[in-house]
Design a protein around this ligand. Structure first.
Ligand SMILES: [Mn+2]
Length: 479
């Protein structure tokens, strides 16, 4: 929005609330900043739909607000100059799943018409929109899929230096949505988690190669800090589970007063890779316990927390992710109640993640032309996942091994009746033993293109594997 508007109006500034001091939404401090600097209009992006108080506060100070948001509106709407939100009950816009940035892009498109410019004027912004679709975890369906497709074309053709700088370590000729999900989004978020989100705005809106380089370096460092902090906090949380003997619970609730508030959500996700069940990670902030929570299919976190409400000071969120605050004296009661609620909904049986396999194949069928057909379903993301395949009776050629900094990934080379195929399994290094002594394995995977040192080849991205001949069935979804 800033990049678009600055070509029309030089009197414009960005304001990103400090997530620790001001929280996530439209902040009073941001409105004070606008007033102190003589601004008459605020465009709120990806927030504001519930900011009734703040909009009133701005109005009293002679500042108009235009809200571009995609979060679910409450019963009452703020008295803003305009509210763009496809989830408004009175909004006729046909596609409801735009991300916050997508709604902002709609405003830019409308302004283009208003200024009498060509519709293509906004095309150079599409690499940002694709990044937002990837980062905001919205369905990659309908218009989001179209915006992502053309955004990727833009990115690969002449994407802005700031995004390309964050992709440098990927070393690819052509980027996909997954590159934005795994490389760009975590780095942009790391700026806000570890220092301030304004660093990311500066990076993404700069054209100056030197500025871009130094900001990208700083953000790289912040991302490194984020990773280390996340790893350290995760290790401590796993040790906590061991020490307190929580391995056989139906839920995970862990707490430590000095875990980093910016990473506890990621820590919750990491813990679920070890203990697959609803997970709440608490740290302390201003004398209260604050937590990020994550859930699994079958347990609606928002609903579950509602059932614990008597022990919670404040909570909000969605089905699979939420945040909450608990007073120190209520923590034990919350933990007990949460475990009981999870047991009520999921039962006491151990939960296992499920993979939905689209089709069983033979490795010899995985040809470049087959991959070209698959690619036409891309870009992949939530509600449009990359197809999953299974194949049985694969053996190790003898070249499979552990790879990665901590030797946690599995680099496999399979043989199926003379057809050889390479694969990579992230965090699956410990499964190498399943393939020892020519033991055949069944593998679940998606088919990916691997670009390495200028060469392109197809490889399996391994999601799971097990020794062949196990009696549990690989069930095939109707295609
Ligand atoms: Mn959003």
């Amino acid at each position: 929005m800033y990049t678009f508007l600055r070509s029309h109006s030089p009197e414009i500034a960005t304001y990103i609330p400090d997530r620790y001091k001001e929280g996530y939404g439209l902040s009073l401090r941001g409105i004070d900043f606008a007033q102190d600097n003589g601004f008459e209009l605020i465009i709120a992006l990806d927030c504001g739909i519930k900011a009734i108080e703040q909009v009133r506060y701005a109005k009293e100070r002679g500042i108009d607000i235009v809200i571009c948001d995609h979060h679910r509106p409450g019963p009452e709407l703020p008295e803003a100059a305009a509210i763009l939100n496809p989830k408004r009950s009175d909004c006729a816009y046909p596609y409801k799943e735009l991300c916050g940035c997508g709604v902002g892009y709609k405003l830019a498109q409308a302004l283009t018409t208003h200024y009498g410019q060509m519709p293509s004027t906004t095309n150079p912004l599409l690499d940002l929109v694709a990044t937002a679709v990837a980062a905001d975890i919205v369905p990659v369906t309908g218009e989001n899929r179209i915006l992502a497709t053309f955004g990727l074309l833009q990115l690969n053709k002449e994407g802005r230096p700031g995004i390309r700088a964050l992709l440098k370590n990927r070393n690819k000729e052509e980027y996909q949505l997954s590159d934005l999900v795994f490389s760009v989004a975590p780095r942009i978020n790391a700026a806000g988690r570890m220092l301030h989100g304004s660093r990311a705005v500066d990076l993404l809106s700069s054209e100056d190669p030197q500025v871009v380089e130094s900001l990208a370096e700083e953000i790289e460092q912040l991302n490194q800090n984020r990773r280390e902090t996340e790893k350290q906090n995760t290790d401590e949380a796993l040790a906590f589970i061991e020490e307190k003997g929580l391995q056989d619970q139906c839920s995970t609730v862990v707490y430590q007063e000095n875990w980093h508030k910016g990473v506890i959500g990621i820590v919750a996700s990491r813990l679920m890779e070890h203990h697959y069940r609803p997970t709440v990670v608490f740290t302390q902030s201003q004398g209260k316990w604050v937590a990020s929570a994550r859930s699994i299919p079958g347990f609606d976190l928002y609903q579950g927390l509602t059932e614990c409400a008597e022990h919670i000071e404040q909570f909000g969120g969605h089905t699979f992710a939420a945040g909450l605050t608990v007073l120190p004296e209520k923590l034990p009661a919350f933990i007990e109640r949460f475990e009981a609620v999870v047991q009520e909904h999921l039962g006491t049986e151990k939960q296992e993640p499920e993979l939905h396999i689209d089709k069983e194949v033979q490795l010899e069928e995985l040809t470049p032309s087959f991959y070209q057909i698959l690619r036409q379903f891309a870009p992949f993301g939530p509600e449009n996942p990359s197809p999953l395949f299974s194949s049985r009776g694969l053996t190790d050629t003898g070249r499979s091994r552990k790879v990665g900094q901590d030797q946690t990934h599995l680099k496999a080379e399979f043989n199926q009746n003379g057809t050889l195929f390479g694969g990579i399994g992230f965090s699956l290094a410990d499964r190498l033993s399943d393939m020892a002594d020519q033991q055949a394995v069944d593998v679940v995977f998606s088919l990916e293109e691997n670009q390495w040192q200028g060469r392109t080849s197809l490889q399996l991205e391994i999601k799971d594997l097990r020794p062949s001949g196990k009696d549990s069935k690989l069930s095939e979804e109707p295609s």
